[in-house]
Ligand binder design. Structure first.
Ligand code: TYD
Ligand code: MG
Length: 387
């Protein structure tokens, strides 16, 4: 286990000896920062941080800014600005590290091939050499890989089947929050996420994410609602904002950020067909707070309420949250682990949570202080909420 709880969570508990871990993400998202912090925080282990992108001075300067830097100097942290695998292995031989970090795999080149660094052949060859080293010596190796949002660079994609674990570091570069997601893990689940905040002195672990994902709204803003979701094993209360306005010309726009476009279209069709709202003439913009991408279907209900709240310009109290999937018939469907969602909402001071009738059957509500309201159909819920 590392001192970083968020990283442990996505890795399935910690770093497995001899494993090869790819950490991908867009340039500038914070991969180098994360790896540097990891290396500096592991004070008992010998770390070799190999950078093909920055000079030793640059890395040192950055390290000095980080708040995770240990008191005094870390004698066990070695860095090397190098791109040739032959020299890297020589350094490894000399240092005998317990953990190797390569930043980034696209900058490495092996003499075994003539092609230039970053080509598919080189990336694969260098990763292959590092994998052999990891397995033979039982030393874990982190590979940083740059990935662009559209299409993904050739490099990391070809690596995915070679490595044991693939972590994706994502988030809006203009926002402070960063999500670390597992997309492949031979040693654990792939549904966990880690959340960080990028500050002036490095990445901070966000251990209570609900607080940051709910903005400080004053309860008077229409179109803002809160959904009680679960990511991995963690309940997360997330704020959704919708803006519905008459389409000025042509095809109305449906623009979700942090949510699936097709699912949004489906929910809009349900609102139109089952609840009688005229969505066809409206532009609909939907935004998940903090730049997070939500896959949990339990967000459906909060999203529908948020859309209607904006369209009708009726604000929803910020003391209410929602957790239910919406079916094609406009029915509220049960979602998993409803008790966990309810207790998280209660913990954060919500007064009411709206759920599906089907969820309520399995609940023991004797001890809960929060009011749990359950409904079978969206229409009934709208009547209760908006009158
Ligand atoms: P970096 O780790 O270099 O990204 P990557 O390796 O994924 O390309 O991080 C780059 C951004 O993070 C850069 O825009 C500056 C910002 N940053 C901070 O805001 N605070 C910090 O303490 C550090 C080190 C970086
Ligand atoms: Mg970098």
């Amino acid at each position: 286990a590392t001192p970083d709880e968020e990283l442990n969570r996505v890795l399935g508990g910690g770093i497995v000896p001899g494993s090869l871990i790819l950490i991908g993400g867009e340039p500038g998202i914070g991969k180098s920062t994360l790896m540097l912090q990891l290396g500096l925080s592991l004070q008992k282990a010998k770390i070799l941080y190999v950078s093909g992108e920055e000079s030793e001075q640059q890395i040192k300067m950055r390290a000095e800014r980080l708040s995770t830097k240990p008191q005094g100097s870390n004698e066990n942290f070695y860095m090397l600005a190098e791109t040739g695998t032959k020299n890297i292995f020589q350094a490894i031989e000399m240092v005998q590290p317990n953990l190797v970090i390569i930043d980034s795999i696209q900058t490495l080149h092996s003499q075994m091939l003539d092609s230039s660094a970053g080509s598919v052949g080189q990336v694969r060859q260098c990763a292959g050499e590092l994998m052999k080293f990891a397995k033979e010596t039982n030393t874990p190796v982190f590979l940083v890989g740059h990935i662009t949002k559209d299409g993904m660079l050739a490099g990391p994609k070809v690596l995915e089947h070679m490595v044991d674990t693939v972590l994706q570091f994502e988030g809006d570069r203009h926002l402070a929050y960063r999500i670390l997601r597992t997309t492949k893990n031979r040693f654990g689940s792939t549904s966990e996420i880690g959340i960080y905040e990028m500050l002036g002195n490095g990445l901070r672990e966000v251990s209570n994410p609900s607080e940051i994902l709910i903005s400080q709204k004053d309860g008077q803003l229409s179109g803002a609602t809160i959904g009680a979701t679960i990511e991995g094993n963690r309940p997360l209360l997330i704020e959704i904002q919708s803006l519905v306005s008459p389409a000025s010309y042509g095809t109305p726009q449906r623009t979700p950020t942090g949510f699936d476009q097709k699912r949004l279209n489906m929910l809009l069709a349900v609102l139109e067909k089952r609840c009688g709202f005229r969505m066809g003439t409206q532009d609909v913009f939907v935004n998940m707070a903090g730049g997070i991408y939500v896959e949990d279907p339990a967000i459906d209900l909060a999203l529908c309420i948020s859309i209607i709240s904006s369209m009708e310009e009726i604000p929803v109290s910020d003391k209410i949250c929602f957790a239910a999937e919406i079916g094609l018939g406009g029915e509220l469907r049960a979602v998993n682990r409803i008790d966990q969602r309810i207790s998280e909402a209660e913990k954060l001071g919500f007064q009411e949570i709206y759920i599906s009738k089907c969820s309520q059957k399995s609940l023991d509500l004797k001890k809960t202080k929060i009011t749990v309201k359950s409904f079978g159909k969206l229409e009934e819920l709208f009547k209760d909420l908006f009158g």
